[in-house]
Design a protein around this ligand. Structure first.
Ligand SMILES: Nc1ncnc2c1ncn2[C@@H]1O[C@H](COP(=O)(O)OP(=O)(O)OP(=O)(O)O)[C@@H](O)[C@H]1O
Length: 357
C-alpha cells in the first residue's frame, strides 16, 4: 500500500510579464503578456507507508510546489496523485485529517495565545475526540519536553521551543503521513539532533510516513533510507542514500601523521599495484587518495601496507561528503537537462545508468 503515489505530475504557473518603458506599461493595460513557468515537470514516484523519504534539490528545483500539490494547497496542471488514497485538492476535509504539515519558516500556531490553547483549537479543527487528544498530547508533551512551555504564548518561545511545538501541533491528530519542510532550519545542533531522534521514534512506533524537504544533508543522513532529488522540476535521482553515496562518492582519503617525515617515493613503493595516489604534506603528514572505482581497493588493504612500516602517530579517514556528492549530481543532472533532457531518469536502474554514462 502506497502512502503517496504520483504519476506524471506537472505544475505550471502563468506569470504576468511586464513590458518595458512607458509605452510597454500602456500596452500592458490593454493586453497582458504571460510567460509559463514549469515548476514540476511530469514527475512520478511512489512512497510506501512507513518510509522516511528525503526530498531534496537546490533552490527553485520544485520541492515546495510538489509539497503544496501533495497537501492539497495547489491543483496540479496535469498528472495523477493520491495521498492516503485521496486526491488532495478534491477531498480536502477528510484528507487533511490524515496528514500533518510543518513548514519550518511558517507557523501554524497562534502567535499571541498559549501553546496549549493552539493545540486545543487544532483538536477542534481536526475533530479529534477528547480522550484520544489527551492521550496523544501527553505523549507528545513528554517526548518533546513541552511541560514548561505549554502555557506560554508562541511569540515568547525560542526558535527551538517553537519548532518542538510545531511538531506536536502537526502530530496531535496522529496523522499517518507527515510533510516536513525544513524542520531544522536555524536550529542549533543539540535541538536538531533531538528533533531527528523524535522523528525516528515516531516513525518506528507509529509507522508514520515522512516526506522531508531539507537543505541540511545531516537531516537526510540521520533519517532517510531513500532520497528523491529534484533538479529544474525533474527527478534526477530516486534511490537509497547508501547507493547514492557509493555511486557518486568520488573516493576516500586517509591522512597519516607520521613521527617523522616519510619521502613520497617510499610511500609509493608500498602500493605499486594499487590505483591510489600519495601526497606528502607538511610536517610529517601524508595522505593517500583511494578512488572509488567499484571499491577495487579497500581502506584496510592500504592500511595494512603502512602499519608496522612507519611510525604512525595519528590517522583519519575522510569519507565522501554528502554535500559534495549532491553537488556532483546536480552538475551532471543539470548538464543532461540542458541536452536532450533526462525526463524520467529517477526510480529506474536504467535511468540511473543513463545518468552515470
Ligand atoms: N506561485 C508561483 N508563481 C509563479 N512561479 C512560481 C510560483 N511558485 C513557485 N514558482 C516557481 O517555480 C519554481 C519552483 O519553485 P519551488 O518554490 O517549488 O522551488 P523549491 O525547490 O521549493 O525552492 P526552495 O528550496 O527555494 O524553497 C521556481 O522557478 C519558482 O520561481
Amino acid at each position: 500500500m502506497y502512502a503517496i503515489r504520483v504519476e506524471k505530475l506537472r505544475k505550471e504557473f502563468k506569470v504576468q510579464r511586464s513590458r518595458e518603458g512607458l509605452k510597454g506599461a500602456f500596452r500592458d493595460l490593454f493586453r497582458r503578456e504571460y510567460t509559463l513557468v514549469r515548476a514540476v515537470k511530469d514527475i512520478s514516484f511512489a512512497i510506501p507507508q512507513g518510509e522516511i523519504c528525503g526530498y531534496i534539490g537546490e533552490n527553485g528545483a520544485g520541492k515546495s510546489t510538489t509539497i503544496k500539490m501533495l497537501t492539497g494547497i495547489l491543483v496540479p496542471t496535469s498528472g495523477e496523485l493520491r495521498v492516503n488514497g485521496f486526491v488532495p485538492y478534491k477531498d480536502r476535509e477528510k484528507f487533511v485529517r490524515g496528514i500533518g504539515v510543518v513548514f519550518g519558516q511558517r507557523s501554524q500556531l497562534w502567535w499571541d495565545i498559549g501553546v496549549i490553547e493552539s493545540f486545543r483549537l487544532l483538536r477542534k479543527v481536526y475533530r479529534v475526540p477528547e480522550a484520544d487528544f489527551n492521550k496523544r498530547l501527553n505523549e507528545l508533551v513528554e517526548r518533546l519536553q513541552l511541560q514548561d512551555i505549554l502555557n506560554r504564548p508562541v511569540r515568547k518561545l525560542s526558535l527551538g521551543q517553537r519548532m518542538r511545538c510545531e511538531l506536536a501541533a502537526a502530530l496531535l491528530h496522529n496523522p499517518s503521513i507527515v510533510f516536513l519542510d525544513e524542520p531544522t532550519i536555524g536550529l542549533d545542533i543539540v535541538v536538531k539532533s533531538e528533533i531527528r531522534e523524535f522523528l525516528k521514534e515516531m516513525n518506528r512506533e507509529h509507522g508514520t510516513t515522512i516526506l522531508l524537504t531539507t537543505h541540511d544533508l545531516q537531516d537526510i543522513e540521520a533519517l532517510c533510507s531513500r532520497v528523491i532529488m529534484l533538479d529544474d522540476g525533474r527527478i534526477i535521482y530516486d534511490g537509497g542514500l547508501e547507493e547514492l553515496k557509493s555511486t557518486w562518492g568520488k573516493g576516500k582519503e586517509i591522512v597519516f601523521q607520521f613521527g617523522s617525515p616519510v619521502p613520497l617515493s617510499q610511500l609509493e613503493m608500498l602500493t605499486p599495484d594499487m590505483p591510489v595516489r600519495w601526497s606528502v604534506n607538511a610536517e610529517g603528514s601524508a595522505s593517500v587518495w583511494i578512488p572509488r572505482q567499484g571499491d577495487a581497493v579497500a581502506v584496510s588493504d592500504v592500511l595494512s601496507r603502512v602499519v608496522g612500516r612507519f611510525d604512525i602517530r595519528d590517522m583519519k579517514i575522510l569519507e565522501p561528503n554528502t554535500d559534495d556528492i549532491v553537488r556532483e549530481i546536480y552538475r551532471v543532472g543539470s548538464a543532461e537537462a540542458g541536452g536532450a533532457g533526462p525526463a524520467e531518469t529517477g526510480g529506474t536502474p536504467a535511468g540511473r545508468e543513463a545518468m552515470r554514462a
